[in-house]
Design a protein around this ligand. Sequence first.
Ligand code: HEM
Length: 512
Amino acid sequence: GNKPGTARSGGGTQPRKQGKGASEDRLTTLFGAPVGDRENTMTAGPRGPVVMQDPYFLEQMAHFDREVIPERRMHAKGSGAFGTFTVTHDITQYTKAKIFSEVGKQTEMFARFSTVAGERGAADAERDIRGFALKFYTEEGNWDLVGNNTPVFFFRDPKLFASLNHVVKRDPKTNMHNAESNWDFWTLLPEALHQVTILMTDRGIPKGFRNMHGFGSHTYSMVNADNERVWVKFHFRTEQGIENLTAEEAEEVIAKDRESSQRDLFNAIEDGNFPKWKMYIQVMTEEQAKNHYHNPFDLTKVWYKDEYPLIPVGEFELNRNPENYFAEVEQAAFAPTNIVPGIGFSPDKMLQGRLFSYGDTQRYRLGVNHHQIPVNSPKGATGVCPFSRDGAMRVDGNLGSHTNYYPNSYGQYEDDPSVKQPPLEMDGLIYEHDFREDDDHYYEQPGKLFNLQSDEMKQRIFTNTASEMSGVSDKVKHRHIRNCYKADPAYGEGVAKAMGINIEDVDMDSNE
Ligand code: HEM
């Protein structure tokens, strides 16, 4: 007799491999029924049309038609890996976060590195910022630190973010990258010069994800057991050493390998050569922040290390590749709203804007119940969240008969006032305050950064800028030269020369 899955219906070709009946390699439909023929769609007669009554065919087609989900609007191309965070130094004077409770403590984590502008199929070795997103599965919930490989950003107000996306992505008409609009936008924002300068150095093209530092970039806060707050910046320093590609080297890499960063990370972990980063914090007291000479919540500026030294905290190691890219990397969702007691936000407008954007985009990209996807679910944490229920794809039992409203007569469920953030004193008018009126020191930090570079690197900043801006209008080039000149005359002169523009022809007083 025919065992399910062993015989072919219709008596045509012989099975290539003998099935084993109800076992792991028995092919079924998504609803578990054995499949009679995995290859020949049912037709009316050997040369006739397809009939509807072939469920496996319908299912294959329909499921395949829906296999693609929206890619991330930014940072679409990326690589992920699991790992372990270990505390090496005591910082409990700053934070009560359980992840930092004792030296030697280990916490499971997941990291995703990415480029920003490219789509899911883009080449890795492009000149671009790199994303540096970390998810720590702590016993008090997931802490996501969604950072970059640069300590600063292009601007200071989240209202401009959608436009940044539009200028680094494709032109609405040509569907190609448009250097003119990209540089028009950047040069009209003098506060972008700091980030643009970093991007034009060799650090604009890291050799791979293992060879770059990571930064939380924003100012965050920490709260200790006495409920005292300090302002904090997070740093992750690669133990593999910084390594970059020059523009020429990157062209060669891309010609042969579009997955150079993914390959490097994946193979290193597969070979047991686990990459590591050391974690540090910079700390500013609330009192220091009040007297800081810049806005301490300005994402276009760093805090200098000689004023706010790096304090060692711990180390993380990536030691396990995902088993399935789609399940664990594509469906990963990092959100700056995911904080834990002892870690908090700051008034940084950009951070505040992100607090809305990530959860919002993920409810669209992955659905309202994306917290159930294993890579996103808070392993290790205890407690229930029964006042958010239902929604598409609820698959965790939906908390059964747990009380789903509050207040109720049963005292369910307990909140914990001890985890509330300490109150933050604020004053001022509700208004669209112009950041530029508060702080117009756009050029000081890019100027200092430029001056820290070797002569060779300065030269490469000039040639990289000239090459990235080739084809851009003179008006925009002049504007950029002007911005660079204000940071340091030698910066402006070098960029002008590399572009073949006589610096005398650039009107330094123009507002164009
Ligand atoms: C991804 C928005 C600034 C780092 C994303 C995504 C959005 C977004 C919508 C896609 C998220 C997803 O689909 O899961 C914004 C907005 C910003 C902002 C509105 C400012 C107002 C920043 C900054 C950083 C950053 C300042 C770093 C310091 C990242 C990273 C990812 C990402 C690393 C990829 C996360 C992953 O690997 O899944 N951003 N972003 N973004 N963003 Fe931002």
